[in-house]
Design a protein around this ligand. Structure first.
Ligand code: MN
Length: 279
């Protein structure tokens, strides 16, 4: 292989979105960026929500008891706190900087409720599909407080919270997810290898990030094209952003609300099992 052929293949920006306003749960107002009429899914990601409000009317109703089957949910709190409880007796509070990685597998019924009556509630929830072979796996929870998430420091005061990835808090999921929270000072550059087998996107949490010649503003998501490396830079202001990637499954998706299976028959079975108390 020549030197030129070894040069990295940078991922371009193929589209950007600021999502669509959505109401879910018992009346939580949020922004949905994946799982919309505009972007149904980004294999293996089925949904990406951002809730951000200091008005309790936007979040206080929470997400009372509801089921899931066939995928994983990843809740990352940026501000505020959320209590979850499930039908297996698990319970906990996710606080700012903390992550809950829940494998719904064959089925779980849980609630996700704000553990606050006022103040800023800010966070994200990502749904990560499970491959066909793992959809009926046993449900499992993993929780990490902010201090339990590996922090990678790079030259130039770059800080990377590695929620998922080879050196991440979560490193063994079937979709080989990468989930980084990157704090990039002004006038800095960032590069990260992301395997070509993965779909990838970035979400700008704060500041402005330049990728592929485009200035991505705060609260913008950019879908990255094929390639083996992500490259980004900041100019005169710092940026905090999420880099999220996962192995493309290329399996059929049969989706009905909180259940995501491969066939309509499996979806019908999920509804039957839930309604018959088999979760
Ligand atoms: Mn849920």
């Amino acid at each position: 292989m020549s030197t030129q052929e070894q040069s990295t293949d940078l991922r371009r920006v193929i589209s950007t979105t600021t999502g669509l306003p959505t109401t879910d749960g018992a009346g939580v107002n949020m922004t949905r960026l994946i799982g919309t009429s505009e972007l149904d899914h980004l294999d293996p990601f089925l949904l990406f929500d951002v809730f951000e409000s200091d008005n309790p009317d936007d979040y206080i109703a929470g997400f009372p008891s509801h089921p899931h089957r066939g995928f994983e949910t990843v809740t990352y709190m940026l501000a505020g706190q959320m209590r979850h409880r499930d039908n297996a007796g698990n319970e906990g509070v996710i606080r700012a900087g903390g992550v809950q990685w829940m494998t719904a597998g064959r089925g779980i019924i849980h609630s996700e409720m704000p553990e606050q009556e006022d103040g800023l509630m800010w966070g994200t929830q990502l749904w990560v599909n499970l491959p066909q072979r793992d959809k009926m796996t046993a449900p499992a929870y993993r929780e990490f407080a902010a201090a339990e998430i590996p922090l990678e420091r790079r030259d130039g005061n770059i800080e990377i919270r590695v929620i998922a990835g080879k050196s991440g808090a979560v490193a063994d999921r079937p979709t080989e997810p990468v989930y980084l929270d990157v704090a990039l000072p002004a006038n800095s550059t960032f590069s990260e290898d992301v395997p070509n087998t993965h779909n990838a996107f970035v979400f700008i949490v704060e500041g402005a990030l330049w990728v592929d010649g485009l200035e991505l503003q705060s609260r913008t998501m950019a879908i990255l094209g094929d390639g083996t490396q992500m490259f980004a830079e900041t100019k005169d202001i710092a940026s905090r952003f999420l880099l999220i990637a996962g192995l493309t499954l290329n399996e059929p998706i049969a989706r009905g609300g909180p259940f995501v299976m491969n066939t309509q028959a499996e979806l019908k079975q999920a509804i039957d099992d839930y309604q018959s108390g088999r979760f």
